[in-house]
Write a protein that binds this ligand. Structure first.
Ligand SMILES: NC(=O)c1ccc[n+]([C@@H]2O[C@H](COP(=O)([O-])OP(=O)(O)OC[C@H]3O[C@@H](n4cnc5c(N)ncnc54)[C@H](O)[C@@H]3O)[C@@H](O)[C@H]2O)c1
Length: 452
């Protein structure tokens, strides 16, 4: 997967895993890695850390890789000897004495693939993941970063920054522009990379352009990712992109796919808290229904504030319907107007929230929003769509759709509109899902929340 230029590899000290153990793996990537006693990456028990850009007084001489040195190392996967470029910033030291207590109870390492890794959202998200903020302080991670040809060099810069953070939990960073390599054995795939809508481009054009990308990535996931891989689609139009991806990855359970509507939920919680004059943590049970577009429905009917019905605490139906609702639907566009670029930090936070919602048990009585497959849903929403609904999780990465929310006429009418929009979008990309002869009708050119 090494797509970095060799000169930059040398500059970065890329490839650094050198071990005497014949079973150790050698990688040649922009990496902060740990070699393991066993070569089973899923059972990593770090014995030696490879640090970059850092002089370490704990160095044991037999493990030291000297600055700029080139050394013969064993390429175990292929069983070949190779001259790996060893980096000028690379030092190895024996961490077995000082780190063993810390790492003894770590979970097996997980592989997290991120597309659009050189983009603005990733620039926030990757550092959260590597720090342990997302998957927990006992969860070592390997990052697999997917870029485009254009972002390839920028990706190397991202790897440099990751290295410079010296995150103990970050065991490996791989860079690549080939999804089939980057997604190999992935436990999670965070699909952020997508092209923005250009001037004069119709929503249908955007669907077609990005849809092709997500069809390819779905095929790659199908071929090389773990069957249990959880897929979080962020790149817009994210609901339909997730559907395309899912259709092209039949080896993965449909319920492994999510499209991100957590940012919309967070925005709704904040506005309700501000209106009620309470701290946002007291706002719960907020659902975003439908598409991540301006047809989305932020549900104040079932929301709670301090355990009370939101509509009792905010006794202002006019505000809820005519101010709050459109404010959430169009908040992304307003942010672009003010700042000149789309939300990145808050999106990254919401991706972290969306993942945490799946890997930690949902608080009793609460739920979270995620756009998931509608098959078998209890609200009569058309099947075969990726539609944001209330979900809860036991914390094992899976979810169930929460039943029994009150759907009044106001909600029903709006949910229907979003459903129609998604159904139409599906018709427009049917050919990317292996379905011929579907019709493509765009009723209205709705904006994505991040567009003006
Ligand atoms: N669902 C949500 O809540 C939400 C919120 C905000 C943004 N978004 C969407 O997230 C996406 C990324 O936003 P951003 O601000 O990070 O954009 P960005 O333009 O900063 O980054 C996108 C990155 O993707 C890369 N890329 C483009 N095509 C690619 C490909 N084929 N393979 C791999 N990488 C590719 C680009 O080179 C770029 O580095 C956009 O589609 C945006 O609309 C979604």
């Amino acid at each position: 997967m090494a797509t970095t230029t060799s000169s930059l590899n040398r500059l970065l000290g890329l490839q650094t895993k050198v071990s005497k153990s014949s079973s150790s793996k050698v990688s040649r990537k922009g990496s902060v890695v740990a070699s393991s006693k066993k070569d089973d990456e899923n059972n990593i028990q770090p014995k030696r850390m490879v640090m970059m850009g850092k002089t370490c007084s704990k160095t044991t001489s037999n493990l030291l890789v000297k600055r700029g040195e080139r050394q013969k190392v064993r390429n175990t996967p292929a069983g070949k000897e190779t001259n790996a470029p060893l980096g000028v910033f690379v030092l190895e030291y024996d961490a077995s004495n000082e780190d063993i207590e810390k790492t003894r109870n770590w979970k097996p390492i997980i592989k997290i693939a991120v597309s659009g890794a050189a983009g603005m959202i990733s620039n926030h998200l990757l550092f959260k993941i590597a720090s342990g903020e997302v998957f927990g302080p006992d969860q070592p991670v390997a990052l697999r970063l997917l870029g485009s040809e254009r972002s390839q060099v920028a990706l190397e810069g991202v790897a440099m920054e990751l290295e410079d953070c010296l995150f103990p939990l970050l065991r490996e960073v791989d860079l690549g522009i080939d999804a089939k390599k980057v997604f190999e054995d992935a436990d999670w795939a965070l699909l952020i990379g997508a092209k923005p809508r250009g001037p004069g481009m119709e929503r249908g054009d955007l669907l077609e352009m990005n849809g092709g990308l997500f069809a390819e990535q779905g095929k790659a996931l199908n071929e090389v990712a773990k069957k249990t891989c959880k897929v979080m689609v962020v790149g817009n139009p994210c609901n339909t992109n997730a559907l395309i991806c899912m259709a092209n990855a039949p080896n993965l359970d449909k319920r492994n796919f999510h499209a991100l509507t957590r940012l919309d939920e967070n925005r709704a919680k904040c506005q309700l808290a501000l209106k009620a004059g309470v701290f946002y943590e007291t706002v719960s049970n907020v659902t975003i229904w439908g598409n991540h577009s301006t047809t989305q429905v932020p549900d104040f009917v079932n929301a709670k504030i301090g355990g009370e019905r939101c509509t009792d605490v905010i006794d202002d139906q006019t505000w809820l319907e005519n101010d709050f609702t459109p404010a959430i639907q169009t908040r992304g566009g307003l942010l672009i107007k003010k700042w000149g670029r789309s939300s990145a930090a808050s999106t990254a936070v919401s991706i972290a929230d969306a993942i945490k919602a799946l890997v930690t048990p949902t608080k009793e009585g609460d739920w979270f929003s995620s756009a998931v497959i509608t098959d078998g849903n209890p609200y009569g929403i058309e099947e075969g769509l990726v539609f944001s609904m209330p979900c809860r999780s036991k914390g094992d990465g899976s979810y169930e759709v929460v039943e029994g929310l009150k759907i009044n006429d106001w909600l029903r009418e709006r949910i229907k509109k979003s459903e129609e929009e998604l159904s139409n979008e599906r018709g427009c990309v049917a050919h990317l899902m292996g379905v011929e002869g579907a019709s493509c009708v765009m009723l209205e050119d709705t904006l994505l929340p991040g567009e003006m």
